[in-house]
Structure formats: structure tokens, C-alpha cells
Design a protein around this ligand. Sequence first.
Ligand code: ZN
Length: 191
Amino acid sequence: MALEIIKYGHPVLREKGKRIDRVTAVIRQLAADMVETMYAADGVGLAAQQVDQPLLLTVIDVSATEHPWTITPALSMPLILVNPVLSHPVGEQTGNEGCLSIPEVSAQIRRAAQVTVRAHDLDGRELHFECTGLLARAAQHEVDHLNGILFVDRMDAATRASISGKLKKLQKETEATLDKPKKSRRSLVRS
Ligand code: ZN
């Protein structure tokens, strides 16, 4: 089931993800729904915060893009990363970046050219890989989300200033929807 994507201005996007100690059937379903949501929105990655769940869980699939990337050792997409941690940033890349939670905004963002990712998959197996190019960019963008960081925070001051009007408008629109009572907030974190 494709889920609603949370937009800029919603406080859950600023929450740090809670560590997942046990992959339950509910977490498994959430991951499947996140993959479906990412494909439906034509995205290359999605973090749990973006579907209103502050958990350390993200999904990534860069296989359909034209931008170069590598993963060593090879793993098939979509990647479903439970409790991911990045390390060993190498070099630098600057490229265009956008975010499903911040529609109609894109900008050049500087990221590490290569990162090492450690995580677990849904079956509890350890994943440990190096990635470059667009995959490294996506991993950094998504792990930022898991820490409550958005790509607008990584913009230089001039770029940030140039999109501040769009951000304010989006924030207002999001806040207006927050005032309405929610029908049912499916929460995995709070009881
Ligand atoms: Zn994003």
C-alpha cells in the first residue's frame, strides 16, 4: 500500500529515528509499503520519517536512474536498511538533489563521493558495503532524514535564501493540515 508522504513543516521530519531492535511483521509491512510509496512517487529513496514513523529504517533504489553509482560488494535493489550507519566518507561530489517531502525544490548539494554503509536487512543479516555516485548521495540524504536533517540544511546560504519563499509557503500548507484532527495515525513507536 502506498502511504502518504509527509511534507516539509511537519514536526516528524525533525525527529530522530528510534532504533529497531526486532523486525516484527509490522516493520516488515512498513518496509514493503515504503518501497511501494517510493516507486509510486518516482523517488530513489525514502526514510521512515517521511511516512510519519520516526524509526531507523530507509529504502533506496537507484537502479532505474541514468546517473552513475557503484556498490561493493554487489547487492540487489531495493536496499532495505535497518539501523544504517555511515562511515569512512571519501572525496567530494556536488550534484542536483531533491526530496519527496519538499516538492518543487532542488539544488546543488555537496556530499561525500564515497561512503561505507553498515546496516541490517529485514532478516537480521548484517549488510556492509561501500558505495559511490548517486547511491552514496542517496544513502547520505536518507541517513540525514533518520537523524532529522533535511537537504535544505545542507544548502549554502545563498541557495537557501533563494528558496526560502517556497519553503515558507510549503510549511504553511503543511501546518494547515496539522490543525485538522487526524483520522487515524498509525504509530509504531507510540502506543
Ligand atoms: Zn528526502
